[in-house]
Design a protein around this ligand. Structure first.
Ligand code: UD1
Length: 342
């Protein structure tokens, strides 16, 4: 013990890379990634920002012996942040077994290694507000009931949380926090790292920035007949750097043993809901770039409104988001321009 080494699985992905940058200010970062949905260049972006190169391990965590290798080498880590997972909702409906295999076996193997080696580890799990589905009451608190998941992807998040809860009860030495993210958007202000969706993006903000960059002819707003102020769906968009910071604060909270139970969950959102049309307006107002859009049909499986009650994270973790929607949208646009050489 006595090191300040933190393992970040999926550390070359969108949220993982931004978290690795924030972490590197205080910790020695070990990034694990199988490069199945990320690129090794992201490591250069992280190194540029943080002026140091994280240790990088190319390992596939759904392979048990790779997980063993990771802990053979880094059994002195004090923390592990587990991002590595597939996350495309549509693809998960088409290939459920891939999602269950990848997202669940990696988690189980990591916990088995921790258990076999009797490690004193602090673990942060990357969960999602998707576990709530359409909530009964808004804003959504952590007390909200968990409904049947809309997709295999969502189900892997629910099952992972249950696995962590059950395991934590058997091992008082482990400390676990699940962070339920709302909608992360934006990029590091340096534009050295950002979101790099493969293929046509399913998420709103990358679709907006790509359309403005001329990659798509137009954006389709998925329905304007919802029971919301302007008829379009409402979400809680959070700057990825605020989200990254939440991981560092949550990890320190565990390391300093300030948690009451050895398993906790926190909503990580801004607490403010924005409609699709508000996000579009925000983009146009801040960038002065024209955005071609049409109103289309509802997207199957979409929920009407979701935004966080973030009181628990604010009070217990002392985490507060500091970026506005304008900041986040502008950073997303800056990143898109850099990627497209505009
Ligand atoms: C989606 C996933 C969710 C996942 C999250 C990760 C679905 C149903 N849900 O959430 O499980 O955790 O991403 O970030 O896919 N929109 C448009 N036009 C577009 C794209 C999106 O109008 O081209 C609208 C959507 O209808 C929605 C809002 O924009 O109202 C946000 O969509 P999106 O970015 O896909 O996020 P979620 O649906 O909240």
């Amino acid at each position: 013990m006595g090191t300040n080494k933190v393992i970040v699985t999926g550390g070359l992905g969108y949220i993982g890379s931004h978290t690795a940058v924030e972490l590197s200010e205080k910790f020695q970062v070990v990034i694990v990634d199988d490069l199945s949905n990320s690129s090794i260049e992201v490591l250069d972006g992280i190194s540029k920002i943080s002026n140091s190169t994280p240790i990088f391990e190319k390992l596939d965590l759904k392979i048990k012996k790779d997980v063993k290798k990771l802990f053979d080498k880094h059994n002195d880590a004090i923390g592990l942040i587990h991002f590595a997972a597939f996350k495309a909702v549509g693809e998960s409906v088409e290939k459920p077994l891939n999602y269950y295999e990848n997202n669940l076996s990696s988690l189980i193997y990591i916990l088995q290694e921790i258990d076999n080696r009797n490690l004193l580890l602090n673990l942060i799990f990357s969960s999602s507000c998707t576990v709530y589905g359409q909530a009964e009451s808004l804003p959504i608190t952590e007390e909200e009931s968990i409904k049947k998941a809309e997709s295999p992807y969502g189900n892997t998040k629910q099952i992972s949380e249950e696995i962590l809860f059950d395991y934590a009860r058997t091992n008082p030495k482990i400390n676990i926090t699940s962070l339920r993210y709302f909608n992360p958007i934006g990029a590091h202000h340096s534009t050295n790292i950002g979101e790099l969706p493969l293929g046509i993006p399913g998420n709103l903000v990358p679709f907006i920035t790509q359309t403005a960059a001329g990659i798509h002819e137009k954006l389709t707003v998925f329905g304007n007949d919802y029971n919301t102020p302007d008829g379009t769906c409402v979400r809680d968009y959070i700057h990825v750097m605020d989200l990254a910071k939440a991981h560092i604060i949550a990890l320190e909270h565990l390391i300093q043993k300030r948690n009451q139970d050895n398993y906790s969950v926190y909503n990580i959102g801004t607490g403010k809901g924005s409609s699709v049309l508000e996000v579009i307006e925000c983009f146009v107002k801040n960038t002065r770039v024209k955005l071609n859009y049409v109103i289309g049909k509802r997207r199957v499986g979409d929920i009407e409104s979701a935004y966080a009650d973030n009181t628990k994270a604010k009070e217990e973790l002392k985490w507060t988001p500091k970026y506005s929607l304008d900041d986040a949208i502008l950073s997303a646009w800056k990143w898109e321009k850099k990627v497209r050489n505009i």
